[in-house]
Design a protein around this ligand. Structure first.
Ligand SMILES: [Ca+2]
Ligand SMILES: [Ca+2]
Ligand SMILES: [Ca+2]
Ligand SMILES: [Ca+2]
Length: 490
């Protein structure tokens, strides 16, 4: 609309400027002339109205309202108006706001946009071995940007047969790409299980077992370490003096490694760390079984604890060793083998700490007294000040892994090879609710699972066709409609 102009104003301007306005029919009321038509001129009459253009806005600037919104413009002049669509994708998620003609229902959150994960599993192929399977134990870590790293060992042809190399796959670029970390086969060696972590600077750390070759009969396994801080993989041997087995690891806030492993020949539990760059290894317990799994977790203050299986008077026990003022303090958590020919054994352990609430939990899988047909997933937590053991499943057919969210709610995932399914348990007060995950996995013994920044991350192996490692992720149910379809968590 043209600016409102009073008759007095017209009179003053007309008196001052004479006949600057041509007064032809069609000239507008903003000019000094007497015409009353729509104004299409360029204000050549030198009147005092501020609008010399042909638009219809009501602002007081002198520019062109190039977006015709009657409020402000989107040009690059030096006026002080604000264009709400100068940056139509304010959160940089690739979707413009709805107000600016786009489809982003929350342009202040880069986690919310059409197609985002809203409590729905997204599944991707990490690695397909073709016919060359025989890799096991994929281990998973997630970087601060939400991208994943998976370490695993892959069989490659070498010599008369083949051997296992250490690989790592990453989806940091948006697609899964694999790197050979240690081509052990070239030196007559082969790799076994690994643990992986990403530190605050995005450096990737891996500990792994490497077999010196078939001639090394006494202490065949070394504990090795690989790190990539962005300039390629650096490999180091942490411990070649013993027979390093069952490694596990955690990375602290300063990028320091805390690793646990057993000496399978001496039946020791050992700890390795590198606080000043060099390696320090120490004996934690001489009563470890030597071939049972270990699991490391860090308390909120960075103190490491190691869960493992130890001998006790009448059998074996699940034990926790925690570093306390430089001394390993040991706590017995649960009897595994009651002795007297029970033959129960611990097959896997996974320890996690809920940082916010300081509760540690041990998720372990054991073969019961009646052999492979009786395998239990058990959960021990110290939230009440003493360890309390719960049975999650009396029929868990594969090792389980657990994770915890920021609210201190634990979740557990394990395979069920007979049914080719993955089971997912969520702690629900004193009970555990079961969900069967929608994946095909006929070799789902091999899972790795964690929660980071409100999303679950899972890797598992599917041997239905080729042996293939798959990665799956979903955002946790949170009452937020991340994918802009109008429904939260659907
Ligand atoms: Ca956006
Ligand atoms: Ca958004
Ligand atoms: Ca939704
Ligand atoms: Ca949601």
């Amino acid at each position: 609309m043209p600016p409102a102009v009073t008759p007095l104003f017209f009179a003053l301007v007309a008196g001052a400027c004479g006949s600057g306005d041509s007064g032809e029919p069609g000239d507008g009321p903003v000019d000094a002339g007497p015409d009353t038509g729509a104004d299409g001129d360029s204000d050549s009459d030198s009147d005092s109205d501020v609008d010399s253009d042909t638009d219809t806005d009501t602002d007081t600037d002198t520019d062109t309202d190039s977006d015709s919104d009657s409020v402000s413009d989107s040009d690059s002049d030096s006026d002080s108006d604000v264009d709400p669509c100068a940056v139509p994708d304010a959160d940089g998620d690739g979707h413009d706001s709805i107000a600016c003609g786009g489809d982003d229902c929350a342009d202040d959150s880069s986690d919310v946009y059409p197609g985002a994960n809203d409590f729905e599993w997204f599944e991707e192929l990490v690695w397909d071995s073709g016919a060359n399977g025989n890799y096991i134990d994929p281990a998973l870590a997630v970087a601060a940007d939400g991208s994943a790293r998976v370490s695993f060992h892959a069989w490659v042809p070498a010599g008369a047969s083949g051997a296992d190399e250490l690989h790592v796959s990453s989806n940091a670029s948006g697609a899964w790409e694999s790197d050979v970390v240690d081509d052990a086969a070239a030196e007559g060696q082969y790799v076994r299980q690994s643990g992986i972590g990403v530190d605050a600077d995005d450096a990737v750390h891996i500990v792994y077992q490497i077999h010196d070759g078939w001639d090394a009969a006494v202490f065949p396994f070394d504990l090795s370490y690989a790190k990539d801080a962005g300039a390629g993989w650096e490999l180091e041997t942490i411990d070649a003096a013993g027979n390093a087995r069952e490694p596990s690891m955690a990375i602290d806030e300063d990028g320091i490694l805390h690793a646990a492993y057993t000496d399978g020949s001496r039946l020791d539990l050992r700890y390795a760390t590198n606080p000043k760059g060099g390696w320090r290894t120490e004996l934690v317990d001489t009563w470890a079984t030597g071939w049972s799994p270990t699991s490391v977790a860090l308390a909120p203050d960075g103190t490491p604890s190691i869960a493992y299986e130890a001998y006790w008077a009448d059998g074996t026990i699940l034990r926790l060793a925690s570093l306390d003022a430089g001394v390993w303090a040991r706590t017995d958590v649960d009897a595994i083998d009651s002795g007297a020919f029970a033959y129960e054994s611990l097959l896997s352990i996974h320890m996690v700490v809920a940082d916010e609430v300081g509760i540690a939990a041990l998720l372990y899988w054991r073969e019961g007294a009646f052999g492979p047909t009786h395998q239990e997933a058990l959960f021990a937590s110290d939230g009440a000040g003493a360890w309390v053991v719960e049975t999650i499943s009396e029929d868990a057919q594969a090792p389980a892994r657990c994770a915890v969210d920021v609210d201190g709610v634990f979740r557990v995932v394990h395979g069920d090879p007979p049914s080719a399914e993955l089971s997912h348990w969520t702690q629900d007060g004193a009970a555990w609710s079961l969900e069967t995950l929608p994946f095909t996995s006929d070799n789902s013994e091999r899972v790795s699972y964690l929660i980071r920044d409100g999303s679950e991350h899972l890797v598992y192996v599917d041997s239905t066709a080729d042996d293939a490692i798959w990665y799956a992720t979903r955002s946790l149910a949170d009452g937020v409609d991340q994918d802009c379809d109008g429904l939260a968590d659907e």
